[in-house]
Design a protein around this ligand. Structure first.
Ligand code: GLU
Length: 520
């Protein structure tokens, strides 16, 4: 067995060309998006190009919806490609299904040079071979039955229309390459056997088409998930057989669930579109994904895409699996939500309220723009400005945009639906609750509309709460503030009664207090 000397060419920063090459056989998920992100950052950092290539040679499993989802997801995350199926570039087409003629040329070359050959073994024969090898403790691999068929024999079988595939004659030796993350990696290809590289001349398989494309598209660095590491020696040997130079390789650690198995749907959402729907912000996901297997070596946790381009480097990526921690994502999302100006945040929250049918957009007469919103339950019209007030009192608490529904639905209801038990603070009797609410109602009804603001409400309610506590011979403001807050929100937790009452307005506040009094 000889050792392959894999020479990797030196690349100047301006020559850096990396690619993200998803197969459109599923939605863009966290693992893929992380791979795209690292490639993107690497390209930007090195003044190189980031290429998007769609690997859709598996026609049965590739679907347009998936391709669309991948493109949309990347755009939403802010990961922009310099060349790709939608924008073209100098090395296109960028969809493998449109590159068949290119692959064919190289397949023919390998066949002609005897570096690849037709194999006619049936599924049953291969399966029997596999079973046998396993029974004698050998790793299953193709034994090479068709490797030495004569040219005439091959021609005859092909002309008879015998089903066949094309196999690569795998040189048997040690392949060593320097992974930019993992260091020296060594594989013994004698255990792999002659792999199938194409179903026929028009239908190449992954390991072959990827080699041709990486070469034709002048890819300098292949940065991809660790699940591909066993493909790398195969690809290196195919590159050698074709006389291609080798790109540099970097394999990113797997993403693991909290139970340390490979992250999957079992662990909750993994599709980027799902995170988006739940109300995670792209900045939070970017920050979060960058830290899957990487850290800056400092305490700093907050990184925008631009600051990542400055500080991120492959040599700080760990080799071991990166554990996914949803709490961290929630923490980052909360941070970015608080960073978002309230008008922008309101715009982001509105679709969730509309989706829940709490509010409805009101279009101008030409249906050109939205001039306001309607509360569905009451028919009342409210302004965008009013919605920003609601959002602003919840901004601190919001971890995901979708939570806006659960937190603020009471603003959009005609009548609240809650158990009267909820009005009770500590050991209060019903009579006492009623008393406290009536006192609050009486005091609030005296406030003039133009003085109806948070400070005034707080001043009045706190003063009254103290009086009520004294009267009830108890300690604390909760004996009034708790029942008032519940009467206004119907919830055990919420923003303060002053903030809520300010936004609800005088009329609704008083009505809700009366409704609560009647309920008891
Ligand atoms: N198309 C492959 C995949 O989606 C990626 C290939 C590569 O990065 O080499 O897993």
């Amino acid at each position: 067995m000889t050792e392959s000397k894999t020479e990797f060419r030196f690349v100047k920063p301006g020559e850096v060309r990396v690619r993200f090459a998803p197969s459109p056989t599923g939605f863009l998920h966290l693992g893929l998006a992380r791979t795209a992100l690292v490639n993107y950052i690497f390209a930007r950092k090195n003044e190189g190009k980031f290429i998007l290539r769609i690997e859709d040679t598996d026609i049965e499993r590739s679907k347009e919806v998936f391709e669309k989802d991948i493109l949309e997801g990347l755009k939403w995350l802010g990961i922009k490609w310099d060349e790709g199926p939608d924008i073209g570039g100098n090395y296109g087409p960028y969809r493998q299904s449109q590159r068949r003629a290119i692959y064919k040329k190289y397949l023919e070359k390998l066949l002609k040079e005897g570096k690849a050959y037709y194999c006619f073994c049936s599924k049953e024969e291969l399966e029997a071979e596999r079973q046998y090898q396993m029974s004698i403790g050998q790793p299953p691999h193709y034994s090479g039955r068709c490797a030495s068929l004569s040219k005439e024999e091959v021609k005859r079988r092909l002309s008879e229309g015998k089903p066949s595939v094309i196999r690569f004659r795998m040189p048997s030796r040690k392949v060593v390459f320097n992974d930019l993350i993992r260091g020296g990696v060594e594989f013994d290809t004698s255990l792999i056997g002659d792999i199938v590289i194409a179903k026929d001349l028009d239908n190449p398989l992954y390991n072959f088409s990827v080699v041709v494309d990486d070469f034709e598209m002048k890819i300098s660095h292949v940065i991809r998930g660790e699940d591909h590491i066993s493909n790398t020696p195969k690809q290196i040997l195919i590159q050698e057989a074709l006389g291609f130079s080798h790109p540099a390789y970097a394999h990113l650690p797997l993403i693991l669930g909290p139970d340390r198995t490979k992250l999957s749907k079992r662990h909750g959402a993994v599709a980027i579109a799902e995170y988006r729907k739940e109300g995670y912000l792209p900045q939070a996901l970017i920050n979060f994904m960058a830290f899957l297997g990487w850290n800056p070596g400092t305490e700093r946790e907050i990184y925008s895409l631009n600051s990542l381009i400055k500080d991120f480097s492959l040599d700080r990526i760990q080799k071991s699996g990166a554990v996914f921690n949803i709490k961290r994502l929630d923490f980052l999302n909360g941070f970015y939500i608080r960073q978002t100006p309230v008008e922008k945040l309101t715009e982001l929250c509105i679709p969730y309220l509309v989706e829940e049918k709490l509010i409805e957009p009101v279009w101008n007469s030409e249906k050109l723009y939205v001039e306001g919103y309607k509360i569905v339950a009451t028919g009342e019209t409210i302004s965008f400005n009013y919605l920003t007030k609601i959002v602003s009192i919840y901004r601190e608490r919001l971890k995901k945009l979708s939570e806006i529904v659960e937190l603020t639905d009471f603003f959009f209801k005609e009548k609240l639906d809650y158990e009267k038990q909820l009005l009770k603070w500590r050991e209060m009797s019903e009579r006492e609750i009623k008393y406290a609410l009536a006192r609050a109602e009486k005091q609030l009804s005296r406030i003039e509309e133009e003085n109806w603001d948070r400070e005034k409400l707080q001043e009045i309610l706190v003063r009254e709460a103290e009086k009520v506590a004294e009267k009830l011979k108890r300690e604390g403001r909760g004996y009034l503030l708790w029942p008032v807050r519940v009467a206004l929100t119907g919830k055990a937790t919420s923003a303060s009664p002053f903030e809520v009452a300010e936004v609800l307005g005088k009329e609704k506040t008083l009505r809700r207090l009366r409704q609560a009094i009647e309920m008891i």
